[in-house]
Design a protein around this ligand. Structure first.
Ligand code: AMP
Length: 418
């Protein structure tokens, strides 16, 4: 009998797993430097939170949720995204009654029942930020910049930033109607026609050529913004320009989630084929009220860790990852195991990355393991060395070997490997 990881999922194994960890850390680093604090929420929530907070009419809610009933008869859903959960936590714990904005970042697994393909999985990993409680264009610009800096720090060159404004509750309704009136006149299939009635902005996101062709003349949100939304958007653009950020105005950019208002942005990478979005976000001033909270503005993003790794690979960029072990200890004979085990422990406590050949493999097999480990030094110790109170320190690059007194070993290696 053998099992495989479920469809649409994959195991993260060495050495690639080190890249994932490095990417996760790099994606959140700029936010951590900007006052965002870590938040962790449960991997499942009441189904209603996502139905309300993401929107019944979105694909995420209508088609992609992992929903189940627990033994107590509650309807729970594995989280498909992070924003609704984070905002739920902010409201539940009254963080919004403290200093504003509440700035939070998160990192974790998200689950969507999607059709798996390259870059699209059922279990994937995101790093995200949310800044809640303040309506300020500078906060939108900060959010965008933190993502721009994260990609830049990883060494990604071909990420494009697409920027749009979707308006707010003042101007969006009129735009929505204008768009609906236009879309009703098109030749669309039944499913898309019903989407026109429920969530017309999403129709602009349709990728099918026969639909795209008909959308060329569609009214755009940018032409229907009220004065406040226009001023907000201009300020975001000006701050980003002043910060040296290159962006493309993307008047057709909408987000798959209902709660976005005003600033909307997406990062795309052209080396990824169909699943080009490496991250996205925007302002969601309507979300709090839609999940039963007070009026509370917010802005944030979620960056896909998996796709960022794919983008790095597409560009041939290797992020700096944690180094392998520096020292590999090889006991010759069972008497050497105990003393070397002690030495390895001492080395690790002194900050040196060290490993030991386990399993009594013999010298040849153990030296092979030392080579494979990536260590630059092998510590070879046999019965005679123990009697002499020394360890043989072998430089695995040059092959040179010297006997070092055990009493000086840790200090010597610390010095050499600094
Ligand atoms: P979203 O929450 O849909 O805005 O997604 C934000 C980012 O998460 C996207 O830009 C992707 O990089 C990543 N992402 C979303 N869904 C998936 C998925 N099914 N598989 C892999 N990455 C995903």
């Amino acid at each position: 009998m053998s099992y495989q990881a479920p469809k649409g999922t994959f195991d993260l194994l060495p050495p690639d797993s080190a890249t994932f960890l490095a990417v996760r850390a790099a994606l959140s680093a700029p936010a951590r430097r900007a006052g965002y604090a870590y938040v962790e929420t449960p991997i499942f929530e009441d189904t209603a939170l996502f139905a309300r907070g993401v929107g019944e009419s979105t694909d995420v809610v209508s088609k992609e949720m992992y929903t189940f009933e627990d033994k107590g008869g509650r309807s729970l859903t594995l989280r498909p995204e992070g924003t609704a959960s984070v905002l739920r936590a902010v409201l539940e714990h009254n963080l919004h009654r403290g200093a504003l904005p509440v700035k939070l970042w998160y990192s974790g697994s998200f689950l969507r029942y999607e059709r798996p393909q390259a870059g699209r999985y059922r279990h994937f990993s995101q790093v995200g930020i949310e800044a809640v409680g303040v309506e300020d264009a500078a906060l939108d610009a900060e959010a965008v910049l933190l993502a721009v800096d994260a990609y830049a720090a990883l060494g990604l060159r071909d990420v494009r930033l697409l920027l749009n404004s979707l308006g707010d509750r003042t101007c969006r309704p009129a735009y929505r109607e204008a768009l609906q009136a236009f879309l009703r006149g098109l030749d669309l299939d039944a499913e898309t026609r019903s989407r026109v009635e429920i969530n017309p902005l999403r129709v602009l996101d349709d990728k099918r050529p026969e639909v795209l062709r008909q959308l060329e003349e569609a009214p755009l949100a940018a032409d229907h913004l009220c004065d406040d939304c226009k001023a907000h958007h201009e300020q975001v653009r000006a701050l980003l320009t002043a910060a040296g950020v290159t962006f493309e105005d993307a008047p057709r950019l909408v987000r798959g989630l209902d709660y976005y208002t005003r600033t909307t942005f997406e990062f795309v990478h052209d080396g990824l084929g169909a699943q080009a979005a490496v991250g996205g976000g925007g302002r969601y001033d309507g979300l709090s009220e839609s999940i039963g909270g007070p009026a509370l503005p917010g802005v944030g993003w979620a960056l896909g860790v998996d796709r960022t790794v794919l983008a790095l690979r597409a560009e041939g960029v290797e992020p700096a990852v944690d180094d392998p072990v520096q020292v590999f200890a090889v006991p010759i004979g069972p008497e050497a195991v105990g003393p070397l085990f002690g030495i390895v422990t001492e080395l690790r406590r002194a900050g040196i990355r060290a490993d030991l050949a386990y399993g009594g493999r013999g010298l040849k097999g153990s030296m092979k393991a030392a080579d494979r480990s990536g260590a630059t030094r092998a510590l070879v110790v046999g019965e005679r060395d123990l009697a002499d109170g020394v360890a043989q320190v072998k430089d695995l690059t040059s092959g040179e070997q010297v006997a070092v007194p055990l009493t000086e070993l840790v200090a010597r290696l610390q010095e050499e490997l600094r």
